[in-house]
Design a protein around this ligand. Sequence first.
Ligand SMILES: Cc1cc2nc3c(=O)[nH]c(=O)nc-3n(C[C@H](O)[C@H](O)[C@H](O)COP(=O)(O)OP(=O)(O)OC[C@H]3O[C@@H](n4cnc5c(N)ncnc54)[C@H](O)[C@@H]3O)c2cc1C
Length: 370
Amino acid sequence: MKKRLVIAGAGHAHMLTMSKLDSFVEAGYEVNVIGSLEYHYYSGMGPGLLGKSYSQEEIRFASKTVAEKMGATFTPGLVKRIDPVARRVYLASGDELPYDILSCNLGSQIAGNLTADPAVDIFPIKPIENLLQARQRILELGFAKKTTVGVVGGGPSAVEIAGNIWRLGQQPGMNPLEIIVFTGNQLLPDYPSGLRRMAYESLQERGVRIEENCRVKAVETGRVVATTGRRYGLDIGLVAIGVTPSTVFKESGIPIGPDGGMLVNRYLQSSAHPAIFGGGDCISFADAQLDKVGVYAVRQGPVIYHNLQAALRGTKLKPFMPKTNYLQIFNMGDETGIFYRSPFFFAGRGSFRLKNYIDHKFMKRFQAFE
Ligand SMILES: Cc1cc2nc3c(=O)[nH]c(=O)nc-3n(C[C@H](O)[C@H](O)[C@H](O)COP(=O)(O)OP(=O)(O)OC[C@H]3O[C@@H](n4cnc5c(N)ncnc54)[C@H](O)[C@@H]3O)c2cc1C
């Protein structure tokens, strides 16, 4: 019987493996890709999608088409549970897929539970597809009336989201948007004070209101409620308060790390179940705590690809050696960017152009397989 490789989630960490699925098929393995959607949206360009600088076609990768072109099967659905002993993946649809080797790229979700269901016009910024719906709603309301949009969170995503909502509000004929950022302490608390000032000034100069030291306890239809009890009215809310890994591993009894991600060794392999690999936001790397950023997911891609081949063939695995430093460029929504590679930071149009170039290059490289 053919050995079975299951690729669960076709996100950033699996992009390289997705583009080389044919090498597994040609080697005689049966390959099945599970995807929650037929497309994967590239988060680095998500804020620009919201601001209408990018179209959805520009920022997405056709997971289903690529899997099928490469000779693999694409199974639409959400992984609900994994049985690491029986080696089976269970989907929310009720389908089950057996595997010999499984690789998980199940990403992360917005942390906490600020939003009680059903909340109307409240959008967590993950999955990235939500930004398209938020864009649609902001345009609908913004053309009809003066609209208030709240962004809950104070990290890089919240800053980029606020800047790009401003950009969306520049559509000719639209009513002015009132944009409020609610942040529990300062804006960008983990960044150098000079960089923080740049982000602050960039947003404030464009009329974005920043409510610092405003810890939010609930985001409800039509309002944000602070822990002090104060209520702020809004029409649309976006929640950008950081992420936690997929809960599938915890619910499957697979060992997890302190952040709740699947605990993996230096080979990106489950510490308890050698037939399971993983990468990106859904893992907890045992040797070092890694930030939940796409940069690590993408850097893990070649190691995952190598190790899946090696595990199927029974050859030597390769370790992932994380570098602690990485480049970040924030898209501020006004065609400027803030460049940060510790300890250096600067802002300007050149930074945005560089980000735009890197992001398009990344997308073109993988969209070429569609
Ligand atoms: C607005 C925003 C902007 C960002 N900008 C940057 C940036 O510029 N640079 C940077 O380095 N990082 C950035 N990040 C962080 C980055 O998005 C994540 O670190 C990165 O997406 C992690 O990649 P991943 O492959 O682990 O997960 P993802 O890219 O989220 O991929 C996971 C995939 O699995 C699918 N999936 C999830 N659950 C299941 C399931 N149960 N079953 C099946 N499929 C499932 C999802 O649909 C998705 O396709 C940004 C994040 C946000 C929210």
